[in-house]
Design a protein around this ligand. Sequence first.
Ligand code: NAD
Length: 247
Amino acid sequence: MSVTSVSVIGASGRMGSEVCRAVEGADGLELVGRFDVDDDLGDLAGADVVVEFSVPDASPANVAHCVEQGVHVVVGTTGWSADRLDALRGQLADHPGVGVLIAPNFAIGAVLMMAFAAKAAEFYESAEVIELHHPDKVDAPSGTAARTAELIGAAREAAGLTDVPDATTSDPDGARGARAHGIPVHSVRLRGLVAHQEVLFGQTGEMLTIRHDSFDRVSFMPGVVAAVRRVGEHPGLTVGLEHYLGI
Ligand code: NAD
């Protein structure tokens, strides 16, 4: 069996250290480098694939460095705005063999939750997202919530539901929280939580709740390992693990 060598950026962090353990325990993968803030990325320890879980402000430069080195990248860091994605696509055009996957959530159940939410969005007048995380999470709303809202908005548009959900009329000043792609998103930060999300759909006389809970960061590892194994087969930029899993 051929061995894929893997380096991790953000290796001392909560996710990065879990990824190091998962790579060390996975058949056919070898951990060759651990990088964190202030480390010189250099040749990335000769890795075939880099896994990047750092901070939103550092991630674009880290990923750009990997692409420049011709190394495939699996990215879990949040904060990838449309502008940042466009810049990365531009860079990848000059490196046609390199694959980059950016996924807001590597838990398979969360990927399914987003797909189910996109399906349900075609059938309901109102939709809201509640995301709940540990209090040390630096960003809000979460990348998963933003992506869920984006998928709901796109599904509504494709179904011809161009009117905005009810919350826009019941909350014209946005006082009930942030909104992503027109969908209200509520962020809870509570000690004891890891990563949780509820997607609520309502219409007269009924409500549908789709919920996913990550109780432990190990929940993200099967998705990360699957992505490491497949990223080389997907040149260019892919956003969302669902594209690798056929979901
Ligand atoms: P963390 O704060 O525990 O870890 C971040 C690590 O990045 C730290 O060790 C820090 O020193 C390091 N770092 C900071 N600047 C750096 C730089 N310039 N270069 C390299 N490393 C640098 O955070 P975390 O909980 O591990 O989360 C990391 C990111 O992953 C966040 O954006 C978080 O939202 C995201 N996340 C994504 C998923 C997913 O499934 N996609 C799941 C959980 C968290």
